[in-house]
Design a protein around this ligand. Sequence first.
Ligand code: SF4
Length: 329
Amino acid sequence: MVLEIKDLSVGFHTYRGDINAVRGVSLSVGEGEIVGLVGESGCGKSVTAHAVMGLLPQENSFIKEGSIKLLNQDITHISNKEMTKYRGTSMAMIFQDPMTSLNPVLTIGQQMTEGIIKAQGISKKQAHDTAVALLKRVGIPRVEDRMKAYPHEFSGGMRQRVMIAMALICKPKLLFADEPTTALDVTIQAQILALLEELRREMNMSIVLVSHDLGVIARICDRVNVMYAGRIVEQGSVREIFHKPRHPYTMGLLKSLPRVDNDNSTELPVIEGQPPDLLYSIEGCSFAPRCSMAMKVCAQCRPIAQDIGDNHYVECWLPVRDREEGPNE
Ligand code: SF4
């Protein structure tokens, strides 16, 4: 496995008390696999990714429990200095808004070559040639000219391509893409997703795609993890999750998507209510107050993950009830 997360819990100290942002997440990413992390804002998907990358704010965050293994090395509690051995080399990350990651007062060429010299210890000329090759690979046109341009002279899609080129400097085994296409229009979004898929094939790179957009997840992921209130509530292949969702939250998310074959005269269904406040401990199922299928047991006992076949796991009491009642009752 390239990445193995077991029972990870992450919290933040706030003036109101400790917030349990991630509450026992387990997931794995195999070689060359694209794994999606999907859920609404605040569900803990980016916090999970940042915990692996060692990018959580040091002053107020803490890993409460669990373990993170990258290429069989336990990196759960390593220092920031030790983390630099992995960050950028074994794993890299691209973010939603590349403008905030690029230095506005340096040209793209300066930023690329500086990163390459630091990572590979090669000459300036070699670093320049490597930067040109990387930028060409991610589809930047007229690269020699564009090397002299500043970030604000690039479009959003081109800036994201530059970020991907930077992430590739050390040929990482694992790439976190945190909402990489959210700020882009749909045609550019499709191009960036196609580029990520090509790079996965070429480099056998594993990708964790963090997104709130089920359409993006369906397009390139092999497996999907649906997160709600800091936990993974459903896990499975893209086919299983999109064709046979079993968790009421996943079903609600899918129903709320606009479809071309839908009758435009009816309003899209919404999931009523709000996610729970993660400042307080949650008894029973965290989705119970919003779940139209909730039973008495749901408010009392937290559901345990059920294996419903074909590597499809769902954290809900419904499969247990269905098994006990039998298919015809
Ligand atoms: Fe709904 Fe109960 Fe399943 Fe939670 S455990 S999602 S409340 S049916």
